[in-house]
Design a protein around this ligand. Structure first.
Ligand code: DP6
Length: 362
C-alpha cells in the first residue's frame, strides 16, 4: 500500500530534453457510486466501477524543456480534436497545480496536450474520467523516463492517484474490468488515494458485461458533479448514505463471486436511484433525470418482468441511461433497445460498450 508521501519523488536520476507519449484511457461506469468528498479529493464513501472499452479519450503529450528554469508558471497548449481549446485550460491549470508537488518537473517543460474522445462531443458522457486518466498516464510516462527504476506497480498506482486529483472517478479508469476506490475493510489493498483492481473472484456471468448507453439528453448539465458532491456536506441523509455505500459494496463482493444477477440488479439499480435521490434531497435540490429517463426505466422493468432477462440500468450524474446486461442475452436486449428504447433517445442515439481493460500506451 502506498501513502501520499510515497508519491513525492526525492531526486530524478535521468534527464530528457523533449519527446512525446500517447495514451488512451476509457470511461467507467460506477455500480456503487462515489457521491460526496472531503478535502483533497478524498471520497466520502468507497465505490466500484466497470471500466469501459469503447468510450475513451486519446491524449498525446509533447514535451520540450524550457530555457527559463526555474519557471514560476506552467506552460502548456491544449488542443481538442486538433484545435486550440481555451475553455478547457483552467481545469488543466488547476490539475497541474494540484499534482505539482508529486511531479516536481512540471514547470521545467512546455507541454502540448492534444486530446480527443471516441464518443461524440457533448453526448452528456462525462469525459473528465477518461480525460484525466489519459493525461495522468502521459505524465507518468515522462516521470518514468526521469526515474527508470520505477516499478510497474508504482507507475499505475501513482497514475491513478494523480488522475483522482483531476477528477475523482478518473482514478477508476487506469486499470481494467472492475476497479474499487476508497477504503473498504473487506477489500484488501483498497485505498482512498487510488483505485485498485478488484482483488477477488469474479463469476463468468460478468465476463464481457455489456453497457449500452442511451443518450437521453446531450445538453450541458444544469448542476456539475463537483457542485453535487459539495451539496453532500450538511445533507440530511449523508451519513446514512455513506454507510449504505459500504454495505452495498460488501454485498457486491459476494455477488461478484456467486454470479447472482438478481441480487446484482437490486444493488445496482438501488445505487442509481439513491444517487439521484441525494440530488433531489440536497439544498438546493435539483433533478437531472428527464421524462425519457423514467420512460426507459419503466420499460426496462416491464421487459425484465415479462422475459426474466437479467437486464438492468444505472445512471451517472445526468439523464442518460446505462443499460447493463450479460453478453449471452445481447441479441435479445439489443432488439428490445431498438424496438422500445431508441424512441426515448435524443436523435435515436445510443452507444454500445462493454467491460474493458483500462489505459493503453499507443
Ligand atoms: C455520479 O468524478 O465527476 O459519476 O471528483 O468532482 O471530478 P469530481 O467528480 P466526478 O464524480 C462522479 C460522480 C458519479 C459517480 C461515480 O462515478 O462514482
Amino acid at each position: 500500500m502506498f501513502t501520499a508521501a510515497d508519491f513525492i519523488p526525492n531526486t530524478y536520476t535521468s534527464s530528457i530534453e523533449n519527446g512525446n507519449f500517447e495514451w488512451s484511457a476509457p470511461s467507467n461506469i460506477a455500480l456503487v457510486k462515489y457521491w460526496g468528498k472531503k478535502d483533497n479529493q478524498i471520497p466520502a464513501n468507497p465505490s466500484v466501477s466497470f471500466t469501459l472499452k469503447n468510450c475513451k479519450t486519446i491524449t498525446k503529450l509533447a514535451y520540450t524543456k524550457r530555457e527559463t528554469s526555474p519557471a514560476s508558471n506552467f506552460s502548456f497548449d491544449l488542443l481538442f480534436e486538433g484545435k486550440p481549446k481555451e475553455d478547457f485550460k483552467p481545469k488543466i491549470q488547476k490539475f497541474l497545480e494540484r499534482i505539482e508537488i508529486y511531479l516536481p518537473f512540471l514547470k521545467k517543460y512546455h507541454f502540448t496536450i492534444d486530446t480527443q474522445n471516441t464518443f461524440p462531443h457533448s453526448s452528456g458522457i462525462a469525459s473528465s474520467a477518461s480525460g484525466m486518466a489519459a493525461l495522468a498516464m502521459n505524465f507518468m510516462s515522462l516521470e518514468k523516463v526521469l526515474n527508470p527504476e520505477m516499478t510497474e506497480d508504482y507507475f499505475y498506482q501513482k497514475a491513478s492517484f494523480l488522475a483522482r486529483l483531476g477528477s475523482g472517478s478518473a482514478c477508476r479508469s487506469v486499470k481494467g474490468n472492475l476497479v474499487a476506490w476508497g477504503n473498504q475493510a473487506n477489500i484488501k489493498g483498497s485505498s482512498d488515494l487510488y483505485g485498485v483492481e478488484f482483488p477477488y473472484t469474479v463469476h463468468e456471468n460478468f465476463n464481457n458485461y455489456q453497457d449500452t448507453i442511451l443518450l437521453v439528453d446531450k445538453g450541458e448539465k444544469q448542476v456539475s458533479s463537483t457542485v453535487g458532491h459539495d451539496l453532500m456536506h450538511n445533507h440530511p441523509y449523508a451519513e446514512r448514505r455513506f454507510a449504505q455505500a459500504h454495505e452495498n459494496l460488501d454485498q457486491l463482493i459476494t455477488i461478484f463471486e456467486s454470479g447472482n444477477l438478481n441480487e446484482f440488479i437490486k444493488v445496482v439499480e438501488s445505487e442509481a436511484l439513491t444517487l439521484h435521490a441525494m440530488m433531489m434531497t440536497s439544498m438546493p435540490y435539483y433533478i437531472l433525470m428527464k421524462p425519457n429517463t423514467l420512460q426507459i426505466i419503466n420499460a426496462i422493468w416491464k421487459f425484465r418482468n415479462e422475459t426474466q432477462i437479467p437486464v438492468c440500468f444505472t445512471l451517472d450524474a445526468g439523464a442518460n441511461v446505462h443499460v447493463l446486461y450479460p453478453e449471452n442475452v445481447s441479441d435479445k436486449v439489443l432488439q428490445f433497445i431498438q424496438d422500445e428504447l431508441v424512441v426515448f433517445c435524443q436523435n435515436g442515439q445510443y452507444i454500445c460498450d462493454e467491460i474493458g481493460d483500462g489505459a493503453i500506451a499507443l
